[in-house]
Write a protein that binds this ligand. Sequence first.
Ligand code: IMP
Ligand code: MG
Length: 177
Amino acid sequence: MDKKIEDLKMLFDEETVQKRTKELAAQINDVFGKNEDLTVICVLKGSSIFCCDLIKHLKMPVQLEFIKVSSYGNAQVSSGHVKALDLTLPALKDKNVLVVEDIIDTGCTLKFLIDLIQNTHHPKACKIVTFLNKKIARTAQIEPDFYGFEIDNKFVVGYGLDYEGYFRNLPYIGYFE
Ligand code: IMP
Ligand code: MG
């Protein structure tokens, strides 16, 4: 691996990240209310850390599911191809669903997942939350219902996001120049 942690520039520090995650949970609580069940779908691996922080602040009865896709390989630009590694889900018919992403870049991953969930599972509602939104890189027609921060077209790591599998454990978001 050719990147050093010392070369990482800070984009959002830990306090900022935690504060924003809490605010997103509050928005989600407002939209779904606290009486109806919510199935949270965490998109592995990138969303794992954000998702686990987020759901601690949700007030409704939550069921947590995991699916696994891969779209990047080890490159720093989105390939646009989505590799489905595990899409096993329980029945979601007439359920409220929240798909949790780490970052939306081209939008190809999310477009693929949302089409699949809508067309094969027929949930009552399906909303999307992403921690980071690279709006400028969007090619697929999809937008999140909630997002933490809009960012430029730079490659970021930390808080679940990786470079060649590394840096997911960092409690902040950083980037390499
Ligand atoms: P998309 O399909 O192009 O929207 O890519 C989405 C996926 O690519 C995300 O879920 C991430 O796993 C990965 N990705 C996109 N941008 C970055 C980045 O800046 N750093 C790390 N991973 C990224
Ligand atoms: Mg991801």
